[in-house]
Structure formats: structure tokens, C-alpha cells
Ligand binder design. Sequence first.
Ligand code: CTP
Length: 211
Amino acid sequence: MKFVVTAGPTREPIDPIRFLSNRSSGKMGYAIASAAIEEGHEVTLISGPVALSPPPSARLIQVTTSDQMCDAVHGALAKTDVLVMCAAVADYKPASTANEKIKKRDKAFSLELIPTRDILKSLPKRRDYLVVGFAAETNEVEKQAREKLRHKNCDMIVANDVSGSDIGMESDENAVTIFLRDGEMKKISRAPKEKIAHALVKIILETSKKF
Ligand code: CTP
């Protein structure tokens, strides 16, 4: 099967030396790409800036901004069987980017932010590949994840609780709950991200046969 996996954060430039971003390390997305490759699948890995080595046989597309990630995803979708949107795409970007470094002044400063394109929502409703979204939540995890599954027209949502500091974002371990569009729910209990990734790839394959 052909997988497209997105991973890591995006960076939204404010000026030539500053950007808005988030704490995503890319570890979960890279682990999913590695697990899929180890199980014999072909992987295109679309990655934001991270400090990780990609699996050697992945086709790596490096991007920086949410717009670049959106274009890269759309460009990679032909002949794809599964899209895994693990990247922590920024929700907002500066309304404009200064061409020169913004100088310090002695008064308050506000930055106008505009929404980025939502990659999942930009996908066609009728398609022949499975779409797996992620939901990073700090509260009401199940409710928010089920809403995201519907709003973002996903086939499957992988929810992780990011309220603790020792699990999820930046950590080597994770625990996830998976919601399928037919209402089914599956849990993968706390484990290293590599182990979670293998279990996820297995569930993705089972789900792609079902839908
Ligand atoms: N996502 C996306 N495009 C964006 C933002 C997020 O496709 N511009 C995807 C992420 O890759 C993930 C899913 O949407 O698979 C959910 O991301 P999350 O950050 O949990 O949700 P948001 O849509 O950003 O909503 P909120 O931050 O309000 O929870």
C-alpha cells in the first residue's frame, strides 16, 4: 500500500528571523512512517522542521509553512491508499510577513493573525484513499475527537491527551484512542511511540479493508 504521512510542526513566518510554531517533535509521524516501511509499504513523508532522521527508504518532502504542507499533501495524493495527517499544522499565520526584521519599540505590539488553510477540510469528500486525522486535546478528549472526525470528514481519528507533560507531544511515549467513522472505538495503551505506530498501522490496514 502507498502511505502519505505528514509529521512535525509548521512554521509561520513573522519576519525573516521569527516565526509562530508549536511543540510538535515529529516523533509520532516519523514512527508511523518507519512502521509502515518495516511492514512493506511505500511511504511519502511530508515533514515540517524537526530534528529527526527520516527512515532511509521514505520519499521525504520537507516543508516549512502550512501553505507548503497543504500543497505538498495535494501534490502527493494521486495513487495514495492512506493519508495520515499526524502533523501539528499551525491554525493561524500572520496576516503579512515583514520583509525586514521588526525592530523593538517601547510600546505594546500586536500581530494580526489569519486562519491557515485546513488541510483535512480541503480534501475532496469523494475519494479512494483512507484519511486518518489526529486530535491533540487537553480536555473532553472523546467528545472533541468525535466532533473532529465529523467536521473534518475523516475515516479515522487518533486522539491523544496532551494535557500531561510526560506523554504525547515531545515525549517518547504515547497512549491513543481511535475513533472510526462507523462509531467503533479502539484503544492503544501507553507505550513507546514505535510500538504505538505498529499497532496503528495494523488498525489502519484493517480499517481500509472495512471502508
Ligand atoms: N489539521 C489540518 N490543517 C490545519 C490544522 C490541522 O489538516 N490547518 C489536521 C491535523 O494534522 C490533525 C487534525 O487536523 O490531523 C486535528 O488537528 P488539531 O490541532 O487537533 O485540531 P484543530 O483543527 O487545529 O482544532 P483545535 O486546535 O481547535 O483543536
